[in-house]
Design a binder for this molecule. Structure first.
Ligand SMILES: *Cc1c(COP(=O)(O)O)cnc(C)c1O
Length: 753
C-alpha cells in the first residue's frame, strides 16, 4: 500500500489541482483582469481536469488483463451512489432555480439524469459510468488500436458538436444530425462521445506499465515534457483560432487535448514522491472528489452569505478574491466532510475488531506452549493460501519462452498450447502472461476455451485443435477463432453454414486420429475450394516423437516426409500454401531440424517433460507450477494404530502425523496412496501415509523438527527437487505429467509469483 501511494503520488496531487481547475471554470478567476487570460485559464488549461479524472479511472479499471468485471461493477456502484447523493444534495438549489418547472419535465429530466447531470457539473458522474462501460466493451471486443480508433471516431463526432460546431452547422445534413443529438443530450461532451477515449487511454497506459520489463524505462521524462509542451501549445493555438473565427458552440473538446492528456499523464506517472512528509493519498483521492461535488454549492453559499452580510463588493466583485474564497470554503468543507466520514468509519470498524482480537489471543497462548506442535496455531495467511493452491513461477515461464524461442528453427514461431486450463496451470494466468511476452498464437482443444481466451482479452490467432459442431459457426466467426478441419465432410458441413470462418486443415500422417489422410490429395485440395473457409494453415501431429526406438524414429521420419510430399503436390497444383506445422514439444526436442511456421508447444512451455528421460535437444526448461498446501492438524499416533480409510497403513512407531487439506478432488492421484509420494515441509521430505481421501491426506512428520500447523507443504515442486518433479510423480502414478497436471482441475486457486 505504501509503495502504491508513493508510486502514484503525481496522480494524487494532480487530483487536487484538477479539482481547483474545475472551480476556476465555474468562477472565472481572471475575468476582472483580462478576458483572454481568463479564456486561457478556464477554457484551455482547465479543460485538462475532467479528462485527467477519466484517464485516472481508466488506468485502474480498463486493463486488458482484468479477468472479471468486479472492479468495474464496484466503480459503477460507487459512482452511481455518489451521483444519487449529489442529486439529493443539490435538490434545494434545483428548487431555488425553478428546475422542476421545465417543460416537458419527464423527457428533459431523463436527459439530464443520463447525460447532462441535474446540476451543471454533475454530468461527469453519468459520463464516467457510460464511458467506462463503453471503453471496457471496446477493449474486450477489439484489439487495442481498433478500440482506440472507434473511441476516437466517437470523439470526433463529439468535436463537431462542440468546439467545431460552426463547421458542422454549415452542412445541412450534419446540422440535422447534431440537432437530433442535442435532443438527447445538451452537449456532445458526454459519456458517449467524450469519455470513452480517455478511459481507454488510461487502461492502455496501465497495461503498458504492467507489461514493461523491469529493465526498460518507457518514455523518458524529457520526451514526455517536450511532448506535453508541444501539444499544449498546439491545443492553445487551436482553441484561440476556434474562438477568433467563432466556430465553437461549447469549448471543452479539442483535437490536441488528446496528445496533451497522454503526455501529461505520462509525466504524472513518473513523479515518484520520495519525501516522508506526505498528505495521505486516500485523503487526496476522496478530498478531490468531494471538492468537485460541493464547490457549486459553495458558490451559492458564498453569494447568499455576501448578500446577508452586505459584503458583496468585497467577496463577489473581484473575480480573483471570489475564486479564492470559493476554493477556501470548498476545501474547508471537504476537510470537515472527510473527518466526519473517518469518524463514522472508525466507529463501524471497531465493532468488527472484537472477534479479530479474540482470535489473536488464542493464537498467542498456543505459540508459547512446549507442545506447540500439537496445539493449533491458526494465524492469518495471504489470500488464497489458506488451504491449498497452485503457485505459478512467472519468471520460469518467461525463461522457458526465451529458451524455446531460441531453439526454434529459423522462421518458426511459438504456438502456445493452453488447452485444459493451460495443462492445469490456469488458462487466464498463463495465456495473459504469454500474450504480454509477445506470444501471438495459441491453441486450445474446445471452442469454449477459445471464447474464454477472447474474454480475457487475448489477441492473435487462437486455433481450436479439436472438434466444434458446425452449428456453432457464428461463434467461431464472432470470436475470430480458427477451426481445425478434421475431415473433408466436416469441412463441407462447416462451409455450408454460410459464415466466413478461419480454418486450418489437419492431415493424418499415421496417427489415425483426426485429419484428412495424407494420401487423399483430392480431399485436401477440395478444402481450398470451399469459399466460406479461409485456410490459414495446414498441419499434422506426430504420434511417437518421444521415442528413441529405431522403428519409431523411422515411423516419425515417414510421417514428416508424407506431410511434405502432400505439401509439394499442393504447390504443384497451384495452391498457395498457408502456414505449416508439425511438431509439438517432443517434435521440437527430438526433431529440431524440421522447419515449419509454428511449433505447437504444450508441456515444454510449462517446463517439464511428459516422463523422466532424455531428448535429443537438451534445453534448460524450468517447471512453472508448484502445488502447495498447509498443515491444518498435527496429531500423535501411537505405534500399531492405523490411519485413514481401509486401515491400509499401520504405524510402526509412535508417530507424528500431519493432516493436509488436499486430496484427489484437487488432482492428487489416489493411486499415490501408500508412501508412493510425499511432500516437502521445511525442506524435508514427509511421505504420504494411508489412503488419499477426496479432500485430505496424511503425511508422516515424525522426523521433521519444529513442524507446526500453518506450515506450507509442497507437493509438486518447481524448484528442482527431482523426486517431486511432475514427471517423477507422474511416473509413480503410472501416467505422464500432462495428465497429472491437467487434472489439477478447478478447485485450487491460482497464484502467481
Ligand atoms: C496437445 C497437443 C499439442 C501439444 O503437445 P505437447 O506434447 O504438450 O507439446 C500439440 N498438438 C496437438 C494436436 C495437441 O493436441
Amino acid at each position: 500500500m505504501m509503495n502504491k501511494n508513493r508510486e502514484y503520488a503525481g496522480i494524487d496531487y494532480f487530483r487536487c489541482a484538477a479539482a481547483l481547475l474545475v472551480i476556476a471554470i465555474h468562477t472565472s478567476p481572471l475575468a476582472s483582469y483580462s478576458e483572454t487570460g481568463d479564456f486561457i485559464l478556464t477554457r484551455i488549461a482547465a479543460r485538462t481536469a475532467v479528462p485527467f479524472f477519466m484517464i485516472t479511472s481508466g488506468y485502474f479499471l480498463i486493463s486488458r488483463y482484468a479477468q472479471d468485471t468486479r472492479n468495474l461493477q464496484v466503480f459503477w456502484r460507487k459512482t452511481l451512489r455518489i451521483y444519487g447523493v449529489s442529486i439529493l444534495i443539490y435538490l434545494p438549489v434545483n428548487l431555488y432555480n425553478d428546475y422542476f418547472s421545465m417543460e416537458p419535465f419527464l423527457p428533459e429530466w431523463i436527459k439530464d439524469l443520463v447525460f447532462d447531470g441535474t446540476m451543471y457539473h454533475l454530468w461527469y458522474l453519468p459520463a464516467s459510468v457510460m464511458g467506462a462501460g463503453i471503453a471496457w466493451y471496446l477493449m474486450r471486443r477489439f484489439a487495442f488500436w481498433k478500440a482506440l480508433a472507434v473511441s476516437f471516431m466517437l470523439y470526433c463526432i463529439g468535436l463537431f458538436g462542440d468546439s467545431y460546431y460552426g463547421i458542422a452547422e454549415q452542412i445541412p445534413v450534419l446540422k440535422a444530425f447534431y440537432q437530433l443529438i442535442f435532443q438527447i443530450s445538451d452537449y456532445t461532451r458526454n459519456g458517449l462521445f467524450f469519455a470513452p477515449v480517455f478511459f481507454l487511454m488510461g487502461g492502455k497506459m496501465a497495461d503498458w506499465r504492467k507489461s514493461r520489463l523491469p529493465d526498460s524505462a518507457g518514455i523518458s521524462f524529457r520526451a514526455c515534457a517536450t511532448g506535453f509542451c508541444i501539444s499544449a501549445g498546439l491545443m492553445s493555438a487551436e482553441a484561440m483560432l476556434l474562438r477568433n473565427y467563432q466556430i465553437k458552440r461549447h469549448d471543452s473538446m479539442y483535437l490536441f487535448l488528446l496528445p496533451c492528456m497522454f503526455f501529461l499523464f505520462q509525466l504524472l506517472l513518473q513523479w515518484n514522491n520520495r519525501s516522508k512528509k506526505r498528505i495521505p493519498a486516500s485523503f487526496l483521492r476522496s478530498g478531490s472528489l468531494i471538492l468537485y461535488i460541493i464547490h457549486p454549492m459553495m458558490i451559492v453559499a458564498l453569494r447568499l452569505a455576501a448578500k446577508v452580510l452586505h459584503v458583496e463588493p468585497l467577496l463577489l466583485e473581484n473575480s480573483m478574491i471570489h475564486y479564492i474564497s470559493v476554493c477556501l470554503l470548498s476545501i474547508l468543507c471537504s476537510v470537515i466532510a472527510l473527518f466526519l466520514r473517518n469518524i463514522w468509519r472508525r466507529k463501524f470498524h471497531s465493532g468488527r475488531c472484537i472477534t479479530g482480537s479474540r482470535f489473536k489471543a488464542g493464537q498467542n497462548s498456543a505459540s508459547g506452549a512446549s507442545c506447540r506442535r500439537i496445539k493449533g496455531r491458526y494465524g492469518k495467511c495471504p489470500p488464497g493460501t489458506d488451504r491449498a493452491w497452485i503457485e505459478l513461477n512467472v519468471n520460469h515461464l518467461k525463461h522457458n519462452v526465451k529458451v524455446l524461442q531460441k531453439a526454434l528453427p529459423k522462421g518458426s514461431e511459438l504456438m502456445a498450447v493452453v488447452k485444459d486450463h493451460a495443462y492445469g496451470h490456469g488458462a487466464f494466468e498463463i495465456s495473459t502472461q504469454l500474450n504480454r511476452m509477445g506470444i501471438k498464437a495459441f491453441a486450445v482443444a474446445a471452442i469454449e476455451e477459445g471464447i474464454q481466451l477472447r474474454t480475457y482479452g487475448i489477441q492473435g490467432e487462437i486455433l481450436i485443435l479439436g472438434y466444434t459442431n458446425p452449428s456453432r459457426a457464428k461463434e467461431l466467426n464472432r470470436y475470430r477463432l480458427t477451426q481445425t478441419l478434421i475431415d473433408v465432410s466436416y469441412a463441407k458441413s462447416l462451409h455450408q453454414q454460410g459464415i466466413p470462418i478461419k480454418a486450418q486443415i489437419k492431415i493424418d500422417t499415421g496417427m489415425h486420429r483426426l485429419g484428412i489422410s495424407a494420401d487423399s490429395f483430392q480431399n485436401v485440395k477440395q478444402c481450398f475450394s470451399l469459399k466460406q473457409l479461409q485456410i490459414d494453415g495446414i498441419y499434422t501431429h506426430l504420434c511417437c516423437a518421444d521415442s528413441f526406438d529405431e522403428d519409431n524414429i523411422t515411423f516419425t521420419r515417414n510421417q514428416i516426409e508424407k506431410f511434405y510430399h502432400l505439401i509439394r503436390k499442393l504447390k504443384q497444383s497451384g495452391i498457395s500454401v498457408p502456414k505449416l506445422h508439425i511438431q509439438s514439444s517432443y517434435g521440437l526436442l527430438n526433431y529440431p531440424e524440421t522447419a515449419c511456421d509454428y511449433v505447437r508447444t504444450g508441456i515444454a512451455l510449462y517446463g517439464v517433460l511428459s516422463s523422466p528421460g532424455d531428448t535429443k535437444l537438451k534445453l534448460d526448461l524450468r517447471p512453472v507450477l508448484s502445488i502447495k498446501t498447509r498443515i491444518i492438524l498435527i496429531r500423535y499416533v501411537p505405534e500399531g494404530e492405523s490411519i485413514g480409510y481401509g486401515r491400509s497403513y499401520t504405524t510402526r512407531r509412535e508417530s507424528l502425523i500431519a493432516i493436509l487439506p488436499i486430496g484427489y478432488g484437487d488432482g492428487i492421484p489416489r493411486n499415490l496412496s501408500g508412501q508412493k509420494s510425499g511432500v516437502l515441509i521445511r525442506g524435508q521430505y514427509a511421505p504420504i501415509v494411508g489412503r488419499i481421501c477426496m479432500d485430505q491426506l496424511a503425511v508422516d512428520i515424525t522426523d521433521i523438527k519444529d513442524a507446526s500447523t500453518g506450515d506450507i507443504a509442497t507437493w509438486i515442486c518447481s524448484d528442482g527437487q527431482a523426486d517431486l518433479s511432475a514427471p517423477a510423480i507422474a511416473e509413480h502414478a503410472g501416467t505422464i505429467s500432462n495428465e497429472l497436471l491437467c487434472r489439477l482441475g478447478t478447485r485450487l486457486p491460482v497464484l502467481t509469483i
